[in-house]
Design a protein around this ligand. Structure first.
Ligand code: THU
Length: 131
């Protein structure tokens, strides 16, 4: 994670639409081609229709024609470590692998880097559909 990626995650967190939870999240994925894609959480009055920051960032990546994730930054405030939710771990898995680094940050800086394999062990991915 370089400064550009960290700063983009902070900008993304500032754009969060989170009037219900008041919990702003920013995410940035770096594609294998080197480009950065940002997203924020977008909540909805019909609560289950809300969208996580990681999902937004991955959508932007796919829209640009990139389908491989090199690294991920997730940024949120609070005392506890904010790792991607279960659904987003699986979303990252679609375009990453066990070694994909996930940098968990708050506004002050990096808190911890984990691999996708640590967060989603023994995962199911696109390779499993090749029989
Ligand atoms: N949220 C994310 O955007 N990413 C995560 O990995 C954890 C949770 C959002 C969803 C919801 O808008 C708010 O945080 C509170 O759960």
């Amino acid at each position: 994670m370089d400064d550009a990626m960290f700063n983009l995650a902070r900008d993304a967190m500032a754009r969060a639409y989170a009037p219900y939870s008041k919990f702003s999240v920013g995410a940035v994925v770096r594609g294998a081609g080197g480009k950065l894609y940002a997203g924020c959480n977008v909540e909805n009055a019909a609560y289950p229709q809300g969208c996580c920051a990681e999902a937004s960032a991955i959508s932007a990546m796919v829209m640009d024609g990139e389908t491989s994730i090199a690294e991920v930054v997730v940024m949120a405030r609070g005392d506890g470590l904010v790792t991607p939710c279960g659904g987003c771990r699986q979303r990252i898995r679609e375009f990453g692998d066990d070694a994909t680094p996930i940098h968990v940050c708050d506004e002050k800086g990096l808190r911890q880097t984990l691999t996708l394999g640590q967060l989603l062990p023994l995962s199911f991915g696109p390779e499993n559909l090749k029989t």
